[in-house]
Design a protein around this ligand. Structure first.
Ligand code: F3S
Length: 397
């Protein structure tokens, strides 16, 4: 046990904390030790990967950029595979439209990460680039990816903040607390779904409803049948944006044999949540945005199939956001989509770019997470609608 902290550190970790490996490692170790103490962790554990948020200059702030600058210049280097969340630009469309001065600020942030060896992934779905192994420990900071990793992929990660994920990447470890411990992964509330969910917006609405109702309790959801991984992605992203739960379970087995608090979700709860997320009464949005969280290959293909050969209406904007990795894999569908006036945008999304500077005041989306954030982060009104309705609106106006 060290003299000034309650965490057990190995000799090597103590040396890092004492500054023997330089300032960058020392400050990162200090962040991890502080965090560990805060959550009563007894030790640090190795991680397989880190995923860092706070990459978009729009949400970052200058103090954080200064910290990144100092860390990169002091020789900070990622020790494990480390990926980055979306930034505020894509390399083509938004770069042209938002102008050089903001781009240079964003580029400065990117260069710092590059210098520290972070993969230029710029996606909130790092699990499509490489799926983490079941049971592997991670330090991920994107809340939608955290819930997906824990609940669908059965990997183990707390919801890190930008700085703690960064520190974990550089040290290659994270404090052993929260859902890194098996006893903290068990469900704490039983949710009985009394209705059948029929579209991705209903899965998202369930997530928002549960996030608001349960806060950080871990639900075991009963009655959810035939959910695709993409549906669960919507559910998890929404759950994490409205509450603090880091995971959910599906099915009766996950909750046995304990007596748990019970919550029922009726069709009226889902309907009311969708209505509340729709803050605009307009039928015509300035932007139709799908791809929150970033689209999978399957979703890009589905969108291309649904659009068929039809063209986006003149004056309408349809953004499909995904990662560079998926865009490359989906080439044939992307070509079709772009030929028909859809913008397949990588590296960013409507929420973390400056939509207000593009004059966008109303956003139609099939993502409950985007609808939840648009009024505050984009100063825009939201319309939550199914993918089919989103695409029809982009085609017909
Ligand atoms: Fe991803 Fe942007 Fe949504 S970062 S989860 S697409 S708000």
């Amino acid at each position: 046990m060290g003299a000034e902290h309650s965490l057990y550190l190995t000799k090597e970790e103590e040396r890092i904390l004492d500054g023997e490996h330089g300032w960058a490692s020392q400050i990162c170790m200090k962040i991890l030790v502080k965090l560990g103490e805060l959550f009563d962790a007894t030790k640090l554990i190795p991680i397989n990967s880190a995923h860092v948020s706070g990459v978009s200059y729009k949400t970052l702030g200058d103090a954080s950029v200064e910290f990144l600058d100092a860390l990169a210049n002091a020789g900070g280097k990622a020790k494990v595979k480390a990926t980055l969340n979306p930034q505020s630009f894509d390399m083509e469309y938004l770069r042209k439209r938002l102008g050089e001065s903001l781009w240079l600020k964003q580029l400065n942030v990117i260069r710092h990460f590059e210098k520290m060896g972070f993969q230029q992934s710029f996606t909130c779905t790092p699990y499509y680039l490489e799926t983490p192994r079941q049971g592997s420990h991670l330090a991920w900071a994107e809340s939608s990816a955290v819930v997906y990793a824990n609940s669908v992929l059965k990997a183990w990660t707390n919801r890190e903040g930008g700085p703690s994920a960064l520190a974990a990447a550089i040290i290659g470890k994270t404090p052993d607390h929260g859902v890194h411990k098996p006893e903290n992964r068990r469900p704490t509330v039983l949710v009985k779904l009394e209705t059948r969910l029929r579209s991705e917006i209903e899965f998202g609405a369930l997530g928002i409803f549960l996030g608001k109702t349960l806060d950080n309790k871990i639900p075991a959801i009963l009655g959810l049948k035939n959910a695709s991984k993409e549906d669960l992605k919507q559910l998890g992203a929404a759950l994490a944006s409205a509450g603090m739960a880091n995971m959910f379970h599906l099915g009766e087995k996950s909750a046995e044999p304990r007596e748990l608090e019970k919550v029922s979700v009726e069709v009226a709860d889902i309907r009311r949540t969708i209505e509340n997320l729709t803050t605009s009464s307009k039928a015509n949005p300035d932007l139709v945005f799908v791809g929150c969280p970033h689209c999978s290959l399957k979703e890009v293909r589905e969108i291309a199939d649904m659009l068929g050969g039809r063209k986006v209406k003149e004056g309408m904007e349809l953004w499909v956001c995904t990662s560079r990795f998926v865009k490359e894999k989906a080439k044939e569908y992307v070509e079709k989509l772009e030929k028909n006036g859809c913008r397949v945008i990588t590296d960013t999304c409507a929420v973390v770019t400056w939509t207000e500077k593009l004059g966008i005041k109303t956003i139609m989306t099939n993502s409950a997470k985007t609808a939840h954030y648009a009024p505050t982060l984009n100063k825009a009104e939201a319309i939550l609608a199914s993918l089919r309705k989103c695409l029809n609106t982009a085609l017909e106006g």
